[in-house]
Design a binder for this molecule. Structure first.
Ligand code: NDP
Length: 453
């Protein structure tokens, strides 16, 4: 065995050998190891039945990014002090379309986090049925506590380097944690200035300058549409169900809003410091207050409303509920959280965030036969509408909200069907297997068609 080469008679041995090589080639990248191991363990039985993928070493090639770009981002704060951050773009795989994936601004950003996100993005983007490859980027810059002008200067400096690596047919970034409409606008403005062209190089833009209706809502809404499909497929619904939503950012807000509109009761939302317990359920008034706080990057602890009890330092997973929607960040549900959820009667977990469940938590859910909707499928609505934003930009058109929402519903339903197609076994759907194989096949076949490269 060498780093890049495995020979094994069965998926289990291959997995071990493959992971040894991957860990050796990518030291100190635990999040990337975790994402690759999860995909390999579900894909390998399928790949062993389709030897062309083993022979062409598709898994080994798919886990090596096309390129990782890292760069210095220098900017000046309001006091006139010089600040330095690191920026990245991981261009992971463009076999089926231009690299596509968000930019994350958060102090926890490093190469490992962005490689796990970029790797998962390949499968997610393929599942949407749209022609987009996988990428991700960002910076360890923390927007919290920064003035608007500081954020603007940072975004402009970030784009002053990134612009040479992206383009509407090359790589099309979007938002993610810490990057919303405001940051996308600053970066788009700078890109436009540098290249002297108005082109759809970023998605999540304002409606006035090429943005798509429903893009802001798409990840949260899409998550709930996917959940509805999965529950309907199994003779259940969200009507009257008690739900936990973690996070209180973009994805969490719109997931919670859609759940409310479907008569589900959202009893918890959270942020990085604690959880809001809402015994009688989230209301429109409460959600508006949460939205306002988060727009100003304020903690939930500041919310004053008799309908909500703030629990400092706690996650939502100890609260009794039917369904859980982790919409904050990676690894927010570990094995002990998974046990607490299950013991409290939770019947399903649908991932709005990327990799919010550890591999041990996922195994536990599968052992206990909970519904499990993996991020690659369940949160693909955001990038799907980003791809529709790219289409609208290239056609010079803008579709109305109703049109885009109905396309989103259709895409989430198609993703669900793909998961069932590849994940159904003995009358039960394993959505994780379905999403991984369903996302893999198109990309792998394109890679085979290109020969060895
Ligand atoms: P936002 O920045 O809008 O919100 C992030 C939320 O997560 C905030 O409430 C934040 O709390 C909380 N959070 C961040 N870090 C932690 C932590 N370490 N522990 C607990 N809570 C934390 O981001 P988004 O809503 O856009 O993204 C959330 C997740 O969804 C991410 O995993 C992202 O990759 C994924 N995603 C996003 C898409 C999109 O379209 N935006 C598309 C697909 C996936 P606080 O307010 O205290 O910082």
């Amino acid at each position: 065995m060498s780093d890049f080469f495995c020979i094994a008679d069965n998926p289990k041995e291959y997995h071990e050998c493959f992971m040894q090589g991957l860990v050796k080639r990518n030291p100190g990248e635990p999040e990337f190891h975790q994402a690759a191991s999860e995909v390999a363990s579900t894909l390998l039985p399928y790949v062993f039945d389709h030897k062309k993928y083993i022979e062409a070493k598709i898994l080994e090639r798919l886990t090596e990014p096309d390129r990782v770009i890292s760069f210095r981002v220098c900017w000046e704060d309001d006091k006139g002090d010089v600040r330095v951050n690191r920026g990245y773009r991981v261009q992971f795989n463009n076999s089926i379309g231009p690299y596509k994936g968000g930019l994350r601004f958060h102090p926890s950003v490093n190469q490992s986090v962005l490689k796990f996100l970029g790797f998962e993005q390949i499968f997610k983007n393929s599942l949407t049925t749209l022609p987009i490859g996988g990428g991700k980027g960002g910076s360890d810059f923390d927007p919290k506590g920064k003035s608007d002008r500081e954020i603007m200067r940072f975004c402009q400096s970030f784009m002053t380097e990134l612009y040479r690596h992206i383009g509407e047919n090359t790589d099309v970034p979007a938002g993610d944690i810490g990057v919303g409409a405001k940051e996308v606008s600053y970066m788009f403005g700078q890109y436009k200035r540098l290249v002297n062209r108005f082109t759809g190089v970023l998605t999540g833009k304002g409606l006035e300058f090429g943005g798509s209706h429903i893009r802001t809502e798409a990840t949260g809404y899409g998550l709930i549409y996917f959940t509805m499909n999965a529950l309907e497929h199994n003779g259940d619904s969200l009507d009257g169900k008690v739900c936990l939503v973690s996070g209180s950012g973009n994805v969490a807000q719109y997931a919670a809003q859609k759940l409310m509109s479907l008569n589900a009761k959202v009893v918890a939302m959270s942020d990085s410091r604690g959880t809001l317990y809402m015994k009688n359920g989230l209301t429109v008034e409460l959600l508006d207050q949460i939205r306002e706080l988060k727009l100003n990057r304020q903690p939930l602890a500041k919310l004053e409303n008799p309908g909500a009890e703030y629990r400092e330092g706690q996650k939502p997973w100890g609260i009794e509920a039917d369904f859980a929607f982790p919409c904050a960040t990676q690894n927010e549900i570990d094995l002990s959280d998974a046990k607490a959820l299950t013991e409290n009667g939770c019947k399903g977990v649908f991932e709005g965030a990327n990799m919010p469940c550890t591999n041990e938590a996922i195994e536990y859910f599968q052992e206990k036969e909970l519904f499990f909707g993996p991020a690659k499928a369940a949160n693909a609505g955001g990038v799907a509408i980003s791809a529709l934003e790219m289409s609208q930009n290239s056609m010079g058109m803008s579709w109305d909200a109703e049109n885009v929402d109905s396309r989103l519903k259709q895409i989430m339903s198609d993703i669900h069907k793909t998961c069932v197609l590849y994940g159904e076994k003995n009358g039960r759907t394993c959505y994780l297997t379905g999403a991984n194989i369903g996302g893999f096949v198109k990309v792998a076949d394109a890679m085979l068609a290109y020969g060895i490269n």
